[in-house]
Design a protein around this ligand. Sequence first.
Ligand code: UDP
Length: 140
Amino acid sequence: MAATRTFSIIKPDATRRNLTGAVTKMLEEAGLRVVASKRIHMTREQAEGFYGVHRERPFFNDLVEFMISGPVVVQVLEGEDAVTRNRDIMGATNPANAEPGTIRKELAESIEANTVHGSDSEENAKIEIDFFFKPEEIVG
Ligand code: UDP
């Protein structure tokens, strides 16, 4: 199967605890290659736009505040079946429900401060990659 791409964010709870390397190591050990990566501090507009699908959800405002509370690392990951592979190593949204060995089970603080974002479909991966990266920033 051909390599595909997904989009990942190492969230502010992880950068604050100096876990950028630990998260990236788990992604790489799961067979994903980091083909683009940059550390940014999201603006409110970026966070609201990125999580626009959740605008009506009760957690939206808190989520936006959390995502702009510190730097994040946005990444493009490449590998076989990258979207599913990344969702598998991330674990369930709520770390309490995540499988042992997953990033969220091992590292996350709470359902909100859950260390990583990962695209949930190939279609969304393309949209999310385009939201943060220019084509020339991705080096496969
Ligand atoms: N989230 C939250 N409270 C909830 C559900 C989600 O704060 O009850 C946050 C959490 O950071 C999650 C993000 O909103 O990662 C997006 O939620 P989604 O349901 O898309 O989960 P994911 O795809 O990240 O597992």
